[in-house]
Design a binder for this molecule. Structure first.
Ligand SMILES: Cc1cc2nc3c(=O)[nH]c(=O)nc-3n(C[C@H](O)[C@H](O)[C@H](O)COP(=O)(O)O)c2cc1C
Length: 332
């Protein structure tokens, strides 16, 4: 059975979202949190990181993700998160391509500097925790990732997550599976895949080409179709007893937009909306919901115009009304 983990999506897959998702949909074995910045002990107050608190992560195991470049700050932060919350697994974000992060040589911005990468990994691996890395192919060239892979091979990492694009691509173009193949030929750690798995067929293609990859992160695909982890797993368990993959996909495609699934999505959405409103207020929750609707629009097959007319609404009540209408039209 495939291992499916929820990917970190900063600003979107925090604990309110995760818990609503896990209440309504199954199929996840673990999740990686959106990143938190490492800091020195004097500046740390990990209690404020509610996203990482065990009481907010009872449904599925959560691996905290860290962002930073100073080796000593990693030790301070990992020790504090262990003492406060009991975490023993940590992931390092070496993949974020956003300009303000990259400018500070954080995230993917550190990939051209293998000595600095190695210094962090060396320090983190001296601690009694399981440490892992999430990276891209490189910032400007996949040769950067190859060099990092050679360095990472010298340390006892738990796994390496690879999103096979360059940082300078952001999310443009397709994941480069040839470059991934070259990277896998160098990297000796277990690899977790992340990138553009939007339907079971994408997962099956990945599995066929890279059978050594046992775990897959789902990010935007889950926002586009929260049932995706279930669909991938149900395909895996039915594999061998369905007559043909295409037929299965067509069936699933129809089921995805069936009335029952719209009702289920509606229940998930209401739970999420109410939870966000309690914690962020009507306006705060509206901005998160608008961000999410960029992806939910795919589930409902909204046109660009329909999405645009939803996103320009400023009043929370009117926005909810417009969403109710979308649900109503799809259900009937
Ligand atoms: C809005 C957004 C926020 C993201 N935040 C993070 C993050 O905090 N940490 C991280 O490692 N990756 C982050 N990513 C990258 C995703 O985890 C994932 O690797 C990428 O989106 C490709 O996978 P997908 O096609 O399944 O979404 C983010 C991506 C998006 C679109």
């Amino acid at each position: 059975m495939p291992e499916i983990w929820l990917a970190p999506l900063h600003g979107l897959t925090h604990y309110h979202f995760r818990n609503c998702l896990f209440r309504h949909y199954s199929g996840f074995n673990a999740a990686i949190s959106p990143f938190v910045p490492v800091q020195e002990t004097a500046k740390l107050n990990v209690r404020k990181w509610k996203d990482l608190a065990p009481e907010n992560n009872t449904a599925v195991e959560l691996i905290p993700q860290l962002m930073g470049i100073v080796p000593a700050h990693f030790a301070d932060t990992m020790n504090a998160l262990h003492q406060e919350f009991g975490h023993t697994r940590f992931n390092w974000n070496l993949g974020c391509p956003m300009a303000p992060i990259v400018r500070k040589r954080r995230g993917c911005g550190l990939m051209p500097f293998p000595d600095e990468v190695e210094a962090v990994v060396e320090a983190a691996c001296q601690l009694p925790y399981r440490f892992s890395v999430k990276m891209r192919l490189g910032m400007h060239s996949s040769e950067e990732g190859m060099e990092i892979a050679r360095r990472l091979n010298q340390y006892p990492l738990e796994f390496v997550v690879i999103h096979p694009r360059l940082g300078e691509q952001q999310y443009a173009g397709l994941p480069d599976w040839n470059a991934l193949e070259a990277l896998l030929s160098v990297l000796q750690h277990p690899v977790i895949y992340s990138g553009d798995v939007f339907q079971p067929a994408d997962y099956e293609r990945l599995r066929a080409r890279f059978p050594q990859i046992k775990t897959c992160l789902l990010g935007r695909g889950i926002l586009r179709n929260p049932r995706l982890a279930e669909e991938i797993k149900s395909f895996a368990s039915e594999r061998g007893c369905v007559s043909g993959f295409n037929k299965f996909c067509e069936d699933k495609e129809m089921a995805r937009i069936g009335k029952d699934e719209i009702i289920r999505f509606n229940e998930f959405y209401e739970d999420l909306r109410q939870t966000l409103e309690v914690y962020r207020g009507a306006n705060g929750s509206l901005s998160v919901l608008k961000e999410l609707w960029h992806y939910f629009a795919c589930f409902f097959q909204l046109t660009e115009e329909q999405l645009h007319s939803l996103l320009v609404i400023r009043e929370p009540e009117k926005f909810d009304e417009a969403v109710r209408e979308i649900f109503f039209l799809r259900k009937n």
